[in-house]
Write a protein that binds this ligand. Structure first.
Ligand code: ADP
Ligand code: MG
Ligand code: ZN
Length: 493
């Protein structure tokens, strides 16, 4: 980063991402997980932290964490264990959180940054580096309850207490706010592809702590680490970093020192503010949880391997190769798991007549914008993949024209009817019957003898006029290709 005075600073960023796992029940009890439920309706002595209540490990959470590890190329040690992380916090009455310390489920691994994961405004620039960010570890823990602060009182909702949570810790290898954006986008995509987490940041299902430091270019060791707590959007992380890096550089440029601290990002005001000073690393007095046996991971690996999905980048490459899609189209589709699933479902219903490329075009150009206008997600699409394929095949078979197809499409969006029913109801069948078209052509030619003469004496544009007249006569139903052919044949004779 260059400052006004031209001295340059190096930026170091490491991210700690928390993601809630998509399980039916909580991490150590059988209470249901239900986002948005009436507060304090899913609780029991275990997740309330009553003394003496015994935790039981949720196996599905172990599978999902192992799967996350496999998808991110982590090493899965043969034994893992749970530890107590001790601290006092009102939303965690047992005063320790069950987490993992020295034997987490996953070690190492990496997230690959690719161009489309970067913010739109830096794609196709040198800022959109294709690089790998290594992971330190992924561990499994329980979420705490959620506090609410009202005017003069506070409330705690224990529905969230005990939600399985994975923490994905990156190495300090991220160098720009844009790389942090790409890292989070690519990581979130993997969690969604694996059905590991819905990773909806607005719902708090994925949250991020941002660690950032700057140092003069000539300095070898990292600068003072400052932590920004609990960011809840990917674009917010980018904005917070841009602000915070500038703030730190300004302080160093003034010859002042930075102190190790935890700060909060205020998205409305666009600035970070001090939360607390961190004198030295916290002492959480971790120790193995005596209520839980160590976990042997061999069987977890077997299950996780059987659930391993195709990775987003591999899917993107396959769509290009197998279906002859452009890399742009394949990129748009694979970016959103629900969207690519829609495309693949559509492809499964196609016959050899319908080209996958055409289906992709309809999805990317027509469906996405229609859904956007109606504020619907792809999952809420009124047009099913089967119906969309039916529409494209009606066009490819020449039953309706491309222009009529657009009309039918809009009708499908609002009425949810099948395209063939709409075509029938509106009487849209394209006339491909040559004898019918010949009659239209004869009528038009005898009604406009001067235009026919014009064409014969070399005025080629006269043909378009005649074509237009035939289409009008047929009320737009004549197959335009056939009309052109038949007219030319008649004009030549
Ligand atoms: P702590 O013990 O304070 O939680 P860790 O060493 O566990 O610190 O690191 C937490 C996160 O901070 C990791 O993602 C790591 O990559 C990142 N990190 C560590 N040192 C720095 C630094 N000097 N600047 C920026 N990020 C850092
Ligand atoms: Mg840490
Ligand atoms: Zn419970």
């Amino acid at each position: 980063m260059k400052l006004e005075n031209n001295s340059s600073y190096l930026v170091t960023i490491g991210l700690e991402v928390h993601a809630q796992l998509k399980t039916q029940t909580k991490m150590f009890c059988s209470c249901a997980l239900e986002y948005g439920a009436e507060p304090n309706t899913h609780l029991c002595p275990v997740c309330l932290g009553h003394p003496g209540a015994l935790p039981v490990i949720n196996q599905e959470a172990l599978y999902l964490t192992t799967l996350a590890g496999l998808m991110l190329s982590c090493e899965i040690p043969s034994v893992s264990k749970f530890d107590r992380k001790n601290y006092f916090y009102p939303d965690m009455p047992k005063n320790y959180q069950i987490s993992q310390f020295d034997q987490p489920l996953c070690l190492g691994g990496a997230v690959s940054l690719y161009e489309r994961a970067y913010p739109k405004d830096v794609q196709k620039t040198s800022k959109a580096n294709e690089k790998k960010i290594h992971l330190t570890r992924i561990h499994l823990e329980e979420d705490v309850a959620k506090s609410f602060h009202f005017q003069s009182t506070s409330g705690i909702d224990f529905n969230r207490a005990g939600t399985p949570l994975i923490e994905i810790v990156s190495e300090p290898e991220i160098s720009t706010p844009e790389e942090a954006f790409a890292y989070l986008t690519a990581l979130r995509q993997i969690l969604i592809y694996g059905n590991i987490s819905d990773a909806d940041m607005e719902k708090g299902q994925m949250r991020c702590d941002v660690n950032v430091s700057v140092r003069p270019a000539e300095q070898k060791e990292f600068g003072t680490k400052i932590e920004l707590k609990n960011l809840n959007s990917i674009s917010g992380v980018r904005r917070a970093l841009i602000f915070e890096i500038q703030r730190q550089c300004d302080i160093l440029a003034r010859g002042e020192k930075l102190s190790q601290e935890t700060r909060r990002w205020d998205d409305d005001r666009g600035e970070t503010t001090l939360m607390r000073l961190k004198e030295s690393a916290h002492d959480y007095r971790y120790f193995p949880d005596p209520d839980l046996l160590p976990v042997h991971t061999e069987h977890l690996l077997v299950i996780a391997k059987s659930r391993m999905p195709e990775l987003p980048q591999a899917k993107c490459a396959r769509l290009i190769k197998e279906y002859d899609l452009s890399s742009y189209d394949a990129g748009v589709l694979t970016e959103d798991y629900a969207l690519v699933t829609y495309f693949e479902e559509a492809i499964r219903c196609t016959n050899s007549k319908v080209r996958p490329k055409i289906v992709a075009n309809w999805i990317i150009n027509d469906l996405l914008s229609a859904l956007g206008n109606a504020s619907l997600t792809i999952r809420e699409s009124p047009i099913t993949p089967e119906a969309l394929v039916e529409l494209t095949s009606l066009i490819e078979q020449g039953v309706i024209s491309g222009r009529q197809g657009k009309e039918v499409f809009l009708d499908m969006m609002s009425s949810k009817k099948s395209p063939s029913i709409i075509v029938q109801e509106k009487g849209l069948q394209q006339v491909s019957d040559t004898s019918a078209i010949e009659v239209f052509c004869d009528t038009v030619m005898s009604a406009h003898p001067s235009v026919v003469t014009d064409f014969k004496s070399g005025k080629e544009s006269a043909l378009n006029f005649l074509k237009g007249q035939v289409m009008k006569q047929s009320q737009g139903k004549a197959n335009p290709g056939l009309v052109g052919e038949i007219l030319l044949k008649k004009l030549a004779s």
